[in-house]
Design a protein around this ligand. Structure first.
Ligand code: SUG
Length: 419
């Protein structure tokens, strides 16, 4: 059985909009009220996926969740047409936030778990109301994609008293993807004016439910300064791949302690650390340098897929140029345009969930190839709204368009059962 890393990107949903719903996510707050471009957003995301496919990597996807969420609107008494009351609560039912699949679940690949299966726990996302409504439909999709019980276990979320944000606060390091690895859970305790979304007890619960060996699990506190600077998830300031941890100097509350613990658990660990003197925490958050996809190419070389915002940052570019000129483990940098997602605080790494598995054990309808990419592009071009003004959220005509667009995609992908 060939275990490979497969990145499952969230297709940007037809209701993609800027409602400023995420406290502590500076981009979301900054773009509140702006007109969004769902069609362009979805095509940008698709281009990123196709770029990775062209690099010779396995690529999967998840489809957008049903929006507006009728059950949520009914439960809060807002099922009527748009009105001025509670626009913010209404917008929660319309969010396309499931595109950020790094928050869909935490994944522990088979080599790490006691029963030798890949375990997935959907994230409850309870800290943000608009995200707390994602998990039931996410779980449904995971259960379809990873339905084979010989290879996968898809759990329920951890109880809502413990905030869990999924893979965005989880890193795996290993000598290679198919080897037993260490799993690093990064939780927050405090973050100044902003909430710490990942609770330590949620991380510990996931590790137990997945059957991870305690000596190969680390629980590390995220730096309160990073959360206060807008790193609402650990993946805004750190990313790991294979034996490499690429992180900002101020990502963790105790950097030296974290590195020592990682080295003790995985002697082959390599650290690529960016000092604050080269890239400030503020610039790291603004540019999303660390929200890159750190990928092992078929050649064995590592590449970092970063947003154009990072590539165009003077201090980040200076640091990247020096890194590439040195003999470090990251040999290539690939900038991508995911501006529509970035404006809501979602970079290349937020848009994907990593699963290490044999592609043959996964429902093939969730795996991307050129033909499916062409098909998706056609459906998006034909059905996704060109733009959405957040003042229009609630209009019955817009709801009809958004639902029909999703329906057309499900039909095209032979996934109508998710309708
Ligand atoms: O949860 N933004 C998302 C961005 C998630 C990024 N994911 C990772 N870092 N892995 C969030 O804050 C904004 C929606 C709005 O404001 O309309 C939003 O939900």
């Amino acid at each position: 059985m060939a275990l490979v890393e497969i990145n499952f990107d969230g297709i940007v949903g037809p209701s993609h909009n800027y409602a400023g719903l995420s406290l502590g996510n500076l981009a979301s707050a900054r773009h509140l009220g702006n007109v969004s471009y769902p069609r362009a957003a979805a095509l940008q995301g698709l281009e990123k996926m196709r770029g990775n496919l062209a690099l010779g990597l396995a690529q999967g996807f998840f489809v957008p969740l049903p929006r507006p969420d009728a059950a949520f609107l009914a439960a809060v008494g807002l099922e009527g047409e748009a009105g001025d009351s509670d626009r913010r609560v209404r917008a929660m039912a319309w969010s396309a936030s499931s595109m950020w699949t790094a928050n869909a679940a935490t994944v522990s690949p088979a080599p790490d778990t006691a029963d030798g299966r890949c375990h997935l726990t959907p994230a409850n996302l309870v800290t943000m109301p608009h995200r707390s409504i994602e998990w039931p439909e996410t779980q449904r999709q995971l259960r379809l994609a990873f339905a084979d019980p010989a290879h996968f276990a898809v759990h329920g979320p951890v109880p809502a008293c413990f905030g869990d944000e999924g893979a965005a606060n989880h890193m795996r390091m290993a000598t290679s993807h198919d080897a037993a690895g260490i799993e690093i859970f990064v939780y927050g305790r405090s973050g100044g004016a902003f909430p710490a979304r990942q609770h330590e007890q949620a991380s510990r619960a996931v590790a137990r439910v997945h059957g991870l060996a305690p000596e190969r699990c680390l629980f590390i506190e995220q730096s309160p300064a990073a959360i206060a600077a807008g790193a609402f998830h650990n993946d805004v300031v750190a990313v790991a791949n294979g034996p490499v941890l690429f992180a900002h100097e101020q990502a963790f509350a105790d950097r030296a302690g974290a590195e020592a613990a990682i080295r003790a658990a995985l002697p082959a660990a390599e650290f690529v650390t960016v000092p604050a003197s080269a890239v400030s925490l503020e610039e790291a958050v603004r540019s999303y340098l660390f929200n890159g996809q750190l990928l092992t190419l078929p050649s064995g070389e590592m590449a970092l897929v970063i947003p154009e915002e990072a590539w165009n940052s003077a201090s980040v570019r200076t640091w990247l140029d020096a890194m590439l000129a040195s003999n470090g483990p990251i040999r290539r940098v690939i900038p991508v345009d995911v501006r529509q997602s970035m404006a809501n605080g979602g970079g290349p790494a937020c848009l994907r969930l990593r699963v290490v598995a044999d592609p043959a054990t996964i429902d093939h309808r969730f795996l991307l190839d050129e033909a499916r990419g062409d098909l998706m592009a056609r459906v998006i071009a034909e059905h996704w709204p060109e733009q959405i003004d957040p003042a229009d959220l609630g209009l019955a005509s817009l709801a009809t368009t958004v639902r029909a667009a999703r329906g057309a995609l499900l039909n095209a992908l032979d996934l109508a059962e998710l309708g």
